[in-house]
Design a protein around this ligand. Structure first.
Ligand code: NAD
Length: 488
């Protein structure tokens, strides 16, 4: 299927080189790699494939730009971020289309991501001028304690393919606000949005070398070279827990500051006193948004036995009617999964759940090509042995587990090494408060199916990560605390 003219025109406006030190250049090896539309499997653009040497040059550029960037006034950095926010609003349709083309998500959701991702630019433009320190007397009365916050220095960012814009803005905006320079490696499946966003930053006034982009088809070598370079000061990674563990090991040698936004296995609990209309709406968002490919996706839907039949029926009816098709075209609710592996994972997890006694209420099958599609699916009566209970699904598969007591629901919910987000639906305020205390997650949606917000500290506990992105906390991931003693 040929690209439409406006799609081709947009792709032509995206640079195909590496963004290093304010120029767009070919890879030092001359190599390129192809980016595909997951809805058709066709190549939509080829871009430069960074080598280790290119990555090191990008760090050279970030290091060279660091002092001057840290010395700019916070108002100037704030103004640049605000201009970037405004430009992104003007280009909302372009960025939305680009994400749907390279990642597959429905265009309406891509517009939502431009909204969400853009808010980090606005939020951190406001936070940039609010960083403050502290001045106190020491208890002995012999001096004063001055606490100040200084930029950590050059940062390396590694981002995943599932939110190509928001995962970049969530890291770049606070880093720039704090006065840090950046090298970013986007996921190889979706590099175009990050490249186009770096072009926008240039236009907004970000000086040469402050943000450098090095897409690569390789994974480890480039990162290992940068993580062992003593000039790098910080790693921020969003991706899977196994890759995060490897990166933490690599970062340890350099005792790097790290922020880790890793995998999830979110419980979505529906108590017998829930407002079922809200719970059904909530699960449609928490499960099918991004075609189920979100770290925050409801992975285990834990429903009280007294309402489970009705909940399952209502959700299945909604899911059976969802429209499936190429995300770049208006009106589809379920786009293509990112690649064939993702389709195979959904198929394997459904087959395994059925072997362990679950019932398929709707969907359950891969859809023949072209493209990587899987039917939106609901399965009921999951057993504790099903692999879905432990693994991230990353597809449009909703699995229901039934429970009878509150203690049992909490035990099921916490029975995972992950701890990113939980969702709880109850009309009982006391139960809601008990859940805030008892569920082992960094975030919770209480009668809400989406909790992400630029003003809130996003992040997990347990193996879901270290650190927070967004909120007042987000900028501190890029600031070092310095204490100075001022004797009397
Ligand atoms: P991934 O871990 O496979 O890849 C993430 C990034 O790391 C990509 O840029 C990839 O190229 C790179 N990478 C892979 N192996 C590497 C290596 N050995 N060294 C250096 N870099 C390497 O994850 P993914 O499949 O792109 O994304 C999905 C995962 O991301 C899921 O586990 C999801 O839960 C997680 N995620 C977490 C959050 C969060 O905020 N907690 C947000 C989105 C996605």
């Amino acid at each position: 299927m040929a690209l439409q003219q406006h799609e081709q025109d947009l792709l032509d406006r995206v640079q195909s080189g590496l963004g290093i030190g304010g120029t767009w250049e070919a890879s030092s090896s001359g190599a390129t790699f192809d980016v595909q539309d997951p809805a058709t499997g066709e190549t939509i653009k080829s871009i430069a494939d960074a080598t280790v040497e290119d990555a090191v040059r990008a760090l050279d550029a970030a290091v060279a730009a660091q002092d001057a960037w840290a010395a700019t006034s916070t108002r100037e950095r704030s103004n640049i971020l605000r201009r970037a926010f405004d430009l992104l609003q003007e280009r909302k349709e372009e960025f939305a289309l680009l994400m749907s083309l390279e990642m597959g998500k429905p265009i309406a959701e891509s517009r939502g991501e431009v909204g969400y991702g853009g808010e980090f630019l606005r939020w951190f433009s406001e936070e940039a001028v609010r960083v403050r320190g502290d001045y106190r007397q020491n208890p002995e009365g012999s001096g004063n304690i001055l606490v100040s916050h200084l930029p950590v220095g050059p940062c390396y960012f590694i981002t995943p393919w599932n939110f190509p814009l928001a995962m970049a803005t969530r890291k770049i905006a606070p880093a720039l606000a704090a006065g840090c320079t950046v090298v970013i490696k986007p996921a190889k499946l979706t590099p175009l949005t990050t490249v186009y966003f770096a072009q926008l930053l240039e236009e907004a006034g970000v000086p040469a070398g402050v943000v450098n982009v090095v897409p690569t088809s390789g994974s480890g070598a480039q990162s290992n070279a940068l993580l062992s370079d003593p000039r790098l000061r910080k790693l921020s990674f969003t991706g899977s827990t196994p890759v995060g563990v490897k990166l933490l090991e690599a970062a340890a040698g350099n005792v790097l500051r790290t922020s880790m936004e890793l995998g999830g296995n979110a419980p979505f609990i529906v108590f017998e006193d829930a407002d079922l209309d809200r719970a059904v709406e909530g699960v449609m968002l928490a499960k099918y948004r991004n075609i189920g490919q979100a770290c925050t996706a409801a992975n285990r839907v834990i429903v009280h036995e007294s309402v489970a039949d009705e909940f399952a029926r209502r959700v299945s009816e909604r899911v059976a009617k969802m429209t499936i098709g190429r995300g770049a075209e208006e009106g589809n609710e379920i786009g293509a999964l990112v690649d064939d592996n993702a389709v195979a994972t959904s198929a394997r997890l459904v087959a395994d759940a059925v072997e362990n006694g679950a019932e398929v209420l709707t969907g359950g099958q891969a859809i023949d090509g072209p493209g990587h599609f899987f039917q939106p699916t609901v399965i009921d009566k999951l057993s504790p042995q099903a692999a879905i209970m432990r693994e991230e699904i990353f597809g449009p598969v909703l699995g229901i587990i039934r429970f009878s007591t509150e203690e049992e629901a909490v035990e099921i919910a916490n029975n995972t090494e992950y701890g990113l987000i939980s969702y709880v639906f109850t009309e009982n305020i006391h139960r809601g408060h008990r859940m805030i205390e008892q569920l082992e997650t960094g975030m919770m949606g209480l009668n809400a199916g989406v909790a992400s917000n630029a003003a809130a500290p996003f992040g997990g506990v347990k193996q879901s990560g270290i650190g927070r992105e967004g909120g007042a906390e987000g900028i501190h991931e890029f600031l070092s605390t310095k204490y100075t003693l001022l004797p009397r």
